[in-house]
Design a protein around this ligand. Structure first.
Ligand code: PLP
Length: 390
C-alpha cells in the first residue's frame, strides 16, 4: 500500500477496521483492534485447532515459531531464542521480578509514571520479600535521568525497571543512556515496552537492555492475551522460572529428580498453550509488513505532531507530553483546564462515540495516534472538545 505525501498511510488502511465507521477510536494504548485479514487468519487457526485437535496438523504451532522469529527481528534481538511468549506485558515484568534471587534490602530504581503492571509487583515484593524501590521523576533528558540515577544509586541497587514509553504522558525515556548506566554499575535493566512495540522503532541490542517486555494486543493489533518477553542470551539464566513443565526443561531425569531449564526463552514456556493466539499475532505482523514498518512509524509520528499542534493552538488545553516526537511517542496527554478529564471522556464517548482514556494522576486526557487514525479523527476530537469545554 502506498503512502500519502504528508507522511500518512493511505486512508484505505481504515477499511480493514469496520468499527472505525462507527466510532472515533483514539485508545489503542489500552486495547488495539485487529485488522480484518489478521482476524480472519486468527479465527481460521482457532477453528482448526479447537475443532480438529491433533488432526489440525500443527498449523498454529508452526505459526508460533514463525511469529517468534519475526518478533525477534522487529525488536532487534540477536535471535528467536531470546524471545519467550507470554500472555501480556505484565507477565514479562513478573518473569524478572519473581525470577531474580533477591536478598532482603535489595533495591530497584523505577519512575513515578509506571503502570500497575510494574507498580503492583514492586509493592508486593516490598511487602513480602523486603525489596525496596526508589522512584525517579520522569524526564526525557538523558542528563537529567543520569543525575537522578546517580542520586538514587546505592550498593544495594540490583535492577533498573521502567517504561520505555510511559503510559501517563507518553514520555520516551532516554533508555540507551539509562541501560548503559545500569551496565556500568553492574545493575540489571528491564524495559516495559507495552506502549512501544508497533508504535515506535526499537532495537534492544542497540539500547543494551537486559530484559524487555511487551504485548501483542495494543499497537501490534494482535489478539488479547498475547505478549512476549526478551532476555539477553547471557542474562536469561539469571531468571529462575517460577513455573516449569513439559517444554521448559532442556535436561530432565525424573527418577533422579533432576531438571535443568532451557537457556533460551523457552525456559518460561510449558504445557499446552494458546498457540492460535500467538500465531494470530503473526497474522497481524503480516498486515504491518504489508504496510511497511517505516510507513507505520512515520504515520504515528506525523499524526502525533498534528495532534500536538491542535492542542497547542487551544488556550484551554495544557499539553503534558514532550512536544518533540523524539522525546515522546504515539501517546499524548493534556489537561483540560477547569474540567474533570473523566467527565469529559465520558461525554465524548456517550455523545460523540469518541474513545479516549483518562490519566487520573494528572486529571488528564490521553489520546493515541495509531496507524489507522486520521487527521479527520483528530479534527473531530478537537471540534467536540471545543463544543464541550472550549
Ligand atoms: C506502560 C504499560 N505497561 C504495562 C501495561 C499493561 O499491559 P498488559 O495488559 O499487556 O500487561 C500497560 C497497559 O496499559 C502500559 O501502558
Amino acid at each position: 500500500m502506498g503512502t500519502e505525501a504528508a507522511g500518512l498511510l493511505s486512508e484505505q488502511v481504515r477499511d480493514a477496521y469496520p468499527v472505525l465507521k462507527e466510532v472515533v477510536y483514539l485508545n489503542v494504548g489500552t486495547y488495539g483492534i485487529m485488522p480484518q485479514s489478521a482476524f480472519a487468519e486468527f479465527q481460521a487457526m482457532l477453528t482448526d485447532f479447537e475443532t480438529r485437535g491433533v488432526a489440525a496438523g500443527g498449523r498454529s504451532g508452526k505459526g508460533t515459531e514463525d511469529t517468534r522469529a519475526r518478533l525477534a527481528k522487529l525488536i532487534g534481538a540477536a535471535g528467536p531464542e531470546e524471545i519467550a511468549f507470554t500472555r501480556n506485558a505484565t507477565d514479562g515484568i513478573n518473569l524478572v521480578l519473581a525470577g531474580l534471587d533477591w536478598q532482603p534490602g535489595d533495591e530497584v530504581i523505577t519512575t513515578d509514571e509506571e503502570h500497575e503492571a510494574l507498580n503492583h509487583p514492586l509493592s508486593y515484593l516490598h511487602t513480602h520479600r523486603g525489596l525496596n524501590f526508589k522512584r525517579l521523576v520522569v524526564s526525557p533528558e538523558a542528563d537529567v535521568m543520569l543525575a537522578r540515577l546517580n542520586e538514587a544509586y546505592s550498593p544495594k541497587t540490583r535492577l533498573v525497571a521502567m517504561s520505555f514509553v510511559t503510559c501517563e504522558t507518553g514520555t520516551r525515556l532516554p533508555v540507551k543512556a539509562i541501560c548503559q548506566w545500569a551496565a556500568e554499575h553492574n545493575v540489571l535493566s528491564l524495559l516495559d515496552g507495552a506502549q512501544v512495540s508497533g508504535a515506535i522503532p526499537i532495537d534492544v541490542q542497540e539500547i543494551g537492555c537486559d530484559f524487555y517486555t511487551s504485548n501483542g494486543h495494543k499497537w501490534l493489533s494482535g489478539p488479547k492475551g498475547t505478549g512476549f518477553f526478551y532476555g539477553k542470551r547471557e542474562k536469561l539464566e539469571l531468571l529462575s522460572p517460577a513455573h516449569v513443565g513439559a517444554g521448559s526443561l532442556e535436561k530432565v531425569d525424573v527418577p533422579a529428580g533432576y531438571g535443568e531449564p532451557f537457556h533460551s526463552g523457552q525456559r518460561f514456556e510449558f504445557g499446552t498453550r494458546a498457540w492460535s493466539g500467538t500465531a494470530g499475532l503473526g497474522a497481524a505482523l503480516d498486515w504491518f509488513e504489508g504496510l511497511g514498518w517505516d510507513n507505520v512509524y512515520r504515520h504515528v509520528h506525523t499524526l502525533n505532531d498534528y495532534l500536538k499542534a491542535r492542542i497547542l493552538e487551544r488556550p484551554y488545553l495544557k499539553l503534558l507530553s514532550p512536544v518533540a516526537f523524539e522525546q515522546s511517542s504515539g501517546l499524548t496527554s493534556f489537561v483540560i483546564e477547569e474540567h474533570e478529564a473523566q467527565q469529559v471522556a465520558n461525554m465524548l464517548r456517550e455523545q460523540k462515540k469518541i474513545y479516549t482514556r483518562v490519566v487520573p494522576h494528572y486529571n488528564a486526557m490521553r489520546v493515541a495516534t495509531a496507524h489507522f487514525n486520521s487527521t479527520q479523527d483528530i479534527d473531530t476530537l478537537m471540534a467536540a472538545l471545543d463544543e464541550i469545554c472550549g
